[in-house]
Design a protein around this ligand. Structure first.
Ligand code: TXA
Ligand code: MG
Length: 325
């Protein structure tokens, strides 16, 4: 992978490479994406190949402007209200697709998932060059999403020619995915970087949980909902803030905030934030999960976040990271 820093010349060059069919590791404020020109079916097919992702799992399409998004999907007033409040940002809207979007990108679904990221380099590339890109998170299928370009380079570097370095991701968790029906009904498909409470405040009503109760193993509505996903190799054991972990010598504990006292001799302590701020925890979480895989702990105890705001998405990722098999 060749790393570019995002000068105006870099962006012009990368826009040309995307139009020529190349893949690009693209920074967004949530996680890094593995991007291809959405109108190039062969390039989009290579995304699945490089990630080892089943063709049944549809891709999110990233746009630089609302006008571009209007050309790709059929919008209604509720969707427009949500975009007006939360775009650009960590919100993906699932809307009826227009014919210009290929069935490969949507895995045969009649809907397309759309997002306008707010990372400045991503915006400049997409809006400045009138590009729309399909981009899943740039990790091997089932593994933790990358929040730094180095994460992508380490795992997919030999299969992705270009990497745009936008620094560490500002949010650190994937986008919140909402489906919006023709009647304007809003359902949650994946909790993420935009707290559901913020959406409910704008709508003035609750967002219904539209996640399948238990995801089947293949051919799903949203395979990000696979029980085991976002998974490091290290076995994880979760505990609540009001519980005490019971690590054995040689194990490690990851706290939400710096602990007042160390856990004891032979036990390694880590923390996701100094004081427990959910924003800080979200930013650090995936880097920590990767770091655990670089160590040799037979088991790591991980403290859950408070189940509000971003904590709901953090706990969703923790639950799946800890799921076995
Ligand atoms: O923050 C994010 O959303 C990141 C960055 C790169 O934008 N992308 C991301 O993509 O997390 P990915 O592919 O790792 O997860 C996308 C999820 C998958 O679970 C997929 O099944 C779901 O979105 N999805 C895509 N299109 C869909 C559709 N038409 N209906 C329902 N779910 C859809
Ligand atoms: Mg993903």
């Amino acid at each position: 992978m060749q790393r570019l820093t995002g000068t105006a010349d870099d962006l012009t060059f990368l826009a040309e490479r995307l139009r020529a069919g190349d893949l690009l590791a693209l920074p967004t404020e949530t996680v890094y994406g593995l991007a291809a020109n959405v109108h190039d079916e062969a390039a989009c097919r290579r995304i699945f190949d490089v990630k080892g992702r089943p063709l049944l799992d549809p891709l999110i399409v990233h746009v630089g402007t609302l006008e571009a998004a209007e050309r790709l999907a059929v919008w209604n007033d509720v969707a427009r209200t949500l975009a007006a409040h939360f775009w650009p940002g960590p919100l993906t809207l699932v809307l009826p697709k227009r014919p210009i979007i290929s069935a490969l990108v949507t895995a045969g679904h009649p809907t397309v998932a759309l997002r306008q990221p707010r990372h400045p380099l991503c915006r400049a590339l997409l809006a400045g060059h009138d590009l729309a890109v399909a981009a899943p998170s740039a990790n091997p299928f089932g593994y933790v999403s990358p929040t730094r370009l180095e994460h992508v380079a380490a795992q997919l570097g030999d299969r992705v020619p270009w990497g745009l370095d936008g620094g560490p991701c500002e949010v650190g968790l994937e986008s919140t995915i909402l489906q919006v029906s023709d009647a304007g009904q809003v359902g949650l498909l994946r909790p993420g970087g935009l707290p559901v409470e913020a959406v409910e405040a704008v709508l003035g009503r609750p967002v219904v949980d539209a996640r399948p109760v238990k995801a089947p193993s293949a051919g799903l509505v949203a395979p990000g909902l696979l029980e085991r996903h976002y998974s490091p190799r290290t076995p994880l054991r979760l505990f609540n803030a009001d519980e005490q972990p019971a690590p054995e010598v040689g194990e490690a504990v990851v706290w939400q905030a710096r602990p007042a006292l160390p856990s004891g001799a032979g036990i390694d302590d880590f923390w996701l934030s100094e004081a427990g701020s959910l924003d800080a925890v979200a930013r650090e979480l995936f880097t920590m999960l990767r770091r655990l895989d670089e160590g040799h702990w037979p088991r790591v105890w991980l403290q859950r976040a408070a189940d509000v705001g971003l904590g709901r998405a953090i706990n969703d990722r923790l639950r799946r990271a800890a799921a076995q098999g």
